[in-house]
Design a binder for this molecule. Sequence first.
Ligand code: 5AD
Ligand code: SF4
Length: 440
Amino acid sequence: MTDTFKNTKKLYIKTYGCQMNVYDSERMAEALGASGYETVDVPDGADMILMNTCHIREKAAEKIYSELGRYKQFKRANPDLKIGVAGCVAQAEGEEIMRRQPMVDLVVGPQTYHRLPEMMKQVDAGEKALDTDFPEEDKFDHLPNRQLPKRAPSAFLTVQEGCDKFCAFCVVPYTRGAEVSRTPERIIREAQELVDRGVREINLLGQNVNAYNGDDWSLAKLIWALNDIDGLERIRFTTSHPNDMTDDLIEAHGTCAKLMPYLHLPVQSGSDKVLKGMNRQHTAEQYIRLIERFREARSDILISGDFIVGFPGEEDVDFNATMDLIREVNYGQAYSFKYSARPGTPAAERAFVSAEVADERLQRLQALITTQQRALQESMVGKDVDVLLERKGRLTGQMVGKSQHLHAVHITADDLEIGRIVRARITNSETNSLGAILAS
Ligand code: 5AD
Ligand code: SF4
């Protein structure tokens, strides 16, 4: 008898952390799709729950264990339910996860999820499966092609992974491993496939994306090649490191029409003493000069950054230097965090700044960033911007999309085609978005 009926199993993936994890979750869903799994939006009734975890800040592992505790009820309701932990906590904790939470069937690190279908066979046979290697082969080369029929207009595409920088606070070099770039050929093919499925904007991802060097291409060269894909309208990239910035990438912001005027360039601190303690290998001044060069290439570029307050050894004078740097750069957007000691990183051995001091600094820093962000948004009222439509709004007669500067824009308009770029006139600025009408 031929097997004409294929049973579909339900896969629930919960994603924590960065955009790269969002991308990885999609690819894991595709890898397991080949083994008969289809993704569902809720854990109730799933045959497999997979947590794609993040380890960047404190309590990450604890959060995962408590979430696993919550999944016990699903396991009770369905003893055949399989539970997996993927991502950076899986890499860092490894076997410990199964020791502490024996109901976990599978632990897979970020570099080996192309082996998931094989691992699932083990799990289906009632065994435990664990793989936290850093293999030689490129996991992406071993994954099935991206199969989803129609895609949202904006997509992530990982081009580079891992980090060789070893900032003193950061676990990434340990959880994601050394810097590795995918080949331009594969990236261009994947980008073309995304565009064929309706994608209009691609955000190139890498922990140090501007360190990209696949087949000795620079990131700028890759961007120029993607610029030639018909139907692709917008190219973005994140996250960059100041020390890997190249002249051709700066220049491309002034010359490559599809490259968006947005730069996420973390600096972490404005104090040279703290930057040294962080092993950032650059000064505040070098960072500021770099931003100036981007502004010379593209005057309206929106600058975004990451900051850590309360790093060991940060004194008032250092924090004030960070505030000065923020005033000088004038950010359109930024992410800021209280320093969190990560076991195994050099800074974790050093004396901490008290939580009260760090809290107070974080509040002041965030207030300053908010002021800058609002001022920029206010300055856009009355101006026309191009908006890539991503979805209908929650209110009827409203469409939501992103401007070139990555502002969320809510346009008063009925039923426009998702994926279209429309010209909109900004009418008002809200906390996290801009209101607009269609420009005539
Ligand atoms: N504590 C606080 N923030 C951190 N980040 C990375 N590691 C830590 C840590 N140990 C922040 C940095 C980085 C962003 C992704 O997360 O600002 O740029
Ligand atoms: Fe972490 Fe520094 Fe590498 Fe960024 S550059 S991933 S902060 S070690």
